[in-house]
Design a protein around this ligand. Structure first.
Ligand SMILES: C[S@@+](CC[C@H](N)C(=O)[O-])C[C@H]1O[C@@H](n2cnc3c(N)ncnc32)[C@H](O)[C@@H]1O
Length: 219
């Protein structure tokens, strides 16, 4: 999926994926991971997700990566207002970085990132499923490289792909295993049918829309 596609989505504010609340599976399952305050969590393809704010409120150091600077600037503004944190913007060669105490937001192409010094956790909600099949293998490889195979909370979606074109793209359990089973022990924490709560996807031709939440622990 070309960068231009996403820049245009953000410019036109066609961001149906954005939630005006913290994701319920994050609230439910993050505490079961026993992450400790001060640890670092990477949120790839973070958009302007309020999940980043919540993770920072748990005492974690958060690194968010997102293609759109529009999204990153808005998220930085929300965090700095809600948590009363000063924010600094730095223009780099291939990225714009917004820094606040305990939060680094990087406006850049995730595929251009170098491995990070230390990542304790990864939270992937609507990142892997945002990408077409041809890019997902590279994404999974890049995520493993950038994070040093840090443990992950991964949220995917699954549906009959021929009935609807993505994004979001359907991700079977088999595909998750293909990307990650050589490096992680994979546990399905929850598999939930969302079609009743998501009528917009029924309108797009689906009769099932399953959200799966996984815990991935390095082998
Ligand atoms: C479906 S949205 C999910 C955003 C966020 N995780 C959330 O839960 O609201 C996918 C996001 O990935 C971003 N994105 C797509 N390709 C990217 C890339 N190569 N590098 C960084 N961000 C990317 C898009 O701009 C978009 O904001």
């Amino acid at each position: 999926m070309q960068s231009e596609f996403w820049h245009e989505k953000w410019q036109k504010q066609e961001i149906g994926f954005h939630l005006d609340e913290v994701n319920k599976v994050l609230l439910k399952y993050w505490p079961t991971l026993n992450a400790r305050p001060g640890q670092t969590v990477l949120v790839p393809l973070c958009g302007k997700s309020l999940d980043v704010v919540w993770l920072r409120q748990q005492g974690l150091t958060v690194i968010g990566v997102e293609l759109s600077e529009l999204a990153i600037a808005e998220l930085a503004d929300t965090i700095s207002t809600e948590l009363q944190l000063p924010v600094e913007r730095e223009q780099q060669e291939q990225a714009v970085v917004y820094r606040m105490p305990g939060v680094t937001l990087i406006a850049a192409d995730f595929f251009d990132l170098s491995p990070m010094a230390h990542v304790d956790w990864v939270y992937d909600r609507a990142a892997l499923v945002a990408l077409p099949e041809a890019m997902r293998r590279d994404y999974a490889r890049q995520l493993r490289a950038v994070s040093g195979c840090a443990p992950q909370l991964l949220v995917t979606l699954d549906y009959h792909q021929p009935s609807m074109s993505g994004p979001p793209f359907a991700l079977s359990d088999e595909e998750v295993q293909q990307h990650y089973s050589s490096h992680y022990h994979i546990e399905v924490l929850e598999s939930r049918e969302l079609i009743e709560q998501e009528p917009r996807f029924r309108e797009r031709g689906l009769d099932s829309f399953i959200q799966r939440t996984y815990k991935l622990l390095p082998r």
